[in-house]
Design a protein around this ligand. Structure first.
Ligand SMILES: NC(=O)C1=CN([C@@H]2O[C@H](COP(=O)(O)OP(=O)(O)OC[C@H]3O[C@@H](n4cnc5c(N)ncnc54)[C@H](O)[C@@H]3O)[C@@H](O)[C@H]2O)C=CC1
Ligand SMILES: O=C1[C@@H](O)[C@H](O)[C@@H](O)[C@H](O)[C@H]1O
Length: 335
């Protein structure tokens, strides 16, 4: 198989890890170009992986030695780079979120439909995690009966000092917004943020925790506890409650110690290890899909649906009441 030449924009924590995965763990791809607006970071990665360095992400996207692009730069840059990839008719895997607002996502939907080709995949990698996949199968095979609610917790040990209140939704809870609608095969009707007693240890000036409560069109409830910093660990919990039973996302397997009259199981402190296998599966499936000209992962529509919901949650925090989740009608192209 001819190798897919991938250009990576953003060589920070996840960008570097994705370059490593594409180079060493994923078949059928090679990283030919990298860019980051902190140029030294990208130059180092370019040297290590024998890729070309680009000072400008737009030049990387246009380069003939780049067949497809992975965007792993910071959230505010995603929409613009995704649009540029579509205009160049190149497949793009954009890390979550697809954009910071629903209106920017709409521009992406419009541009992709104009291209008449599915070019965009969004980095909702939890859909490739074996635990979530098992949960989805259990819901779909009916063993749990009709799903009534999902209880999620997204607890972070740490976020950088410049972290803002809205990012708890657009950057953190966005994972749960996507995975819950995927698990339920349902869409959100309304969304609300409830005030919670604040964690006095929060390391910067933002609301922490926040509690999001959503209702789906079929009437199920999704409850998301978001702790952005200073939780006891990096801990992701998800429980689907159905009429006939409940199913829980498995914890990562760790040795279970018994000593000094108590038991102990270590927890993780950061996101990078928690879904490590899912990232590789995600990238492998994306590369396979691009080779076959048939990208089937989370689409621009999924990125849009999550962003519309995030917008409603942010508005609700300000108005203090539930807000409708109002999407445009789903175009035939995304059905
Ligand atoms: N799917 C997942 O589980 C995860 C997704 N992410 C997403 O990946 C992206 C990167 O996150 P991290 O690697 O944690 O952040 P990071 O801060 O470690 O890296 C971001 C890199 O992008 C560069 N950058 C920022 N704006 C740029 C621009 N306009 N053009 C070119 N380069 C630019 C920065 O210099 C930095 O090197 C974020 O959008 C984040 O939401 C991050 C962690 C996990
Ligand atoms: O996507 C991620 C980060 O960007 C985000 O900042 C973390 O809170 C999430 O747990 C991680 O999965």
């Amino acid at each position: 198989m001819k190798e897919l030449k991938v250009g990576v924009i953003g060589c920070g924590a996840i960008g570097k890890a994705h370059v490593q995965r594409l180079s060493n763990e994923v078949a059928g791809a090679k990283v030919t170009a990298v860019s980051d607006y902190v140029q030294d970071t990208a130059r180092e990665v370019a040297e290590e992986y024998d890729a070309q360095f680009f000072a400008s992400a737009k030049d990387l996207i246009a380069c003939d030695e780049v067949d497809a692009i992975l965007i792993a730069s910071s959230d505010p840059s995603h929409a613009e780079y995704t649009l540029e990839c579509i205009r160049n008719r190149k497949p793009v895997l954009c890390e979550k979120p697809l954009a910071l607002t629903a209106s920017d996502c709409e521009k992406i939907l419009h541009e992709e439909m104009m291209a008449e080709r599915h070019l965009v995949q969004v980095g909702f990698m939890r859909r490739y995690d074996s635990g979530y996949v098992e949960m989805k199968k259990a819901i779909e095979n009916g063993r749990l009966g009709t799903p009534l609610m999902i209880n999620c917790a997204h607890r972070n040990f740490y976020q950088p000092e410049n972290f803002k209140t809205d990012m708890a939704i657009t950057n953190v809870a966005i994972h749960e917004l996507d995975i819950s609608r995927w698990l339920l095969s349902d869409e959100y009707e309304d969304a609300q943020v409830l005030k919670v007693r604040q964690n006095t240890k929060t390391n910067s000036d933002h609301l922490n925790p926040q509690l999001c409560i959503l209702q789906t069109k079929a009437g199920a409830r999704v409850i998301i506890e978001v702790q952005t910093t200073n939780a006891y660990a990096y801990d992701i919990q998800c429980q689907v409650v159905g009429e006939l039973g409940v199913i829980n996302l498995p914890d990562p397997s760790r040795a279970y110690m018994r000593t000094e009259a108590h038991t102990e199981t270590p927890l993780m402190t950061d996101w990078s290890e928690r879904f490590i296998d899912a990232y590789t599966v995600e990238l492998q499936e994306w590369v396979k899909g691009v080779h076959k000209n048939c990208v089937e992962g989370p689409s621009a529509w999924d990125g849009y649906a999550a962003c519309v919901t995030a917008d409603a949650l942010i508005t609700s925090r300000k108005t203090g009441k539930p807000e409708k989740v109002l999407t445009i009608e789903k175009p035939e192209f995304y059905k």
